[in-house]
Design a protein around this ligand. Structure first.
Ligand code: MG
Length: 254
């Protein structure tokens, strides 16, 4: 079901978005060579508790997950593309780290992700991050009243294709509201002019994720972490965005 939010509701979602942005900012700042992924999860956990917020992840148990997630942030390293389950791993020089975080504040959810390079970057990783981040910007720019969902998908896909990357559409953007995942689904590739028309009050996450060498993934034995089929590295950028009469409003801006 598609739900439209009032300006007052969007402001409350913006509060959740500011909190999610602050947690991502803190975990990015804490990410360095020698830091354990479990320390990043602990930091996010402490911030949730201090804010009186609720994790969207810890009890999350959808059909594709092996068991409840059990952690509060996704940490996807190198060939891990999405849903990286934090585990006992110490970050190394040159690692590509995606942090994906969603939380509920006073009953409203926001969802955001960012990818960084820890220590010394490889040029191809810098380029992957730049392309993925630019695809997010292009998707957001298309989130305007009168456009259609397909315009967002096409804007994202065009950036990937022009960089020579193929796109996996198994996971993509989604409606955000009282819960983390709702309608509409926003694939990271598609045809402009197709799909539902965008109206003021729609709130959704836009989240391009690309891999350097493939569009195929497999699930790690941990039951959660999705890895590239060929071991190539991945990047993921996400914001929760409200469609308003004044244009797209990024609720999770850092
Ligand atoms: Mg997310």
């Amino acid at each position: 079901m598609i739900e439209l939010r009032t300006p007052a509701e969007i402001e409350r979602m913006h509060e959740a978005g500011r909190f999610v942005a602050s947690v991502l900012g803190a975990t990015v700042a804490a990410s360095a060579v020698g830091v354990n992924l479990l320390e990043l999860d602990r930091l996010a956990h402490d911030m949730i508790r201090a804010r009186g917020a609720e994790s969207c992840y810890i009890d999350y148990h959808p059909s594709f997950g092996g068991s409840p997630f059990g952690k509060v942030i996704c940490t996807s390293v190198n060939d891990a593309a999405l849903h990286g389950l934090p585990h006992d791993y110490v970050l190394r020089d040159g690692d590509v780290l995606s942090l994906d975080f969603a939380a509920s504040v006073d009953g409203w959810v926001a969802d955001s992700a960012v990818t960084i390079i820890v220590g010394t970057p490889r040029p191809e990783d810098v380029s992957l991050l730049e392309v993925t981040s630019r695809a997010l910007d292009a998707g957001i720019a298309a989130a305007v009243v009168g456009n259609k969902i397909g315009d967002i998908s096409a804007a994202i896909g065009d950036v990937a294709h022009s960089a020579g990357l193929s796109v996996n559409t198994d996971f993509g953007g989604h409606g955000v509201g009282r819960t983390m995942h709702g309608d509409p689904h926003i694939p990271n590739d598609g045809r402009a002019g197709r799909g539902m028309k965008l109206r003021a009050g729609l709130v959704f996450a836009i989240e391009p994720w690309f891999m350097l060498g493939t569009d195929r993934i497999f699930t790690d034995p941990d039951g959660w972490t999705l890895r590239s089929a060929d071991g190539s590295r991945a990047a993921h950028f996400e914001h929760t965005v409200a469609v308003t009469d004044a244009g797209p409003l990024v609720l999770t801006a850092r």
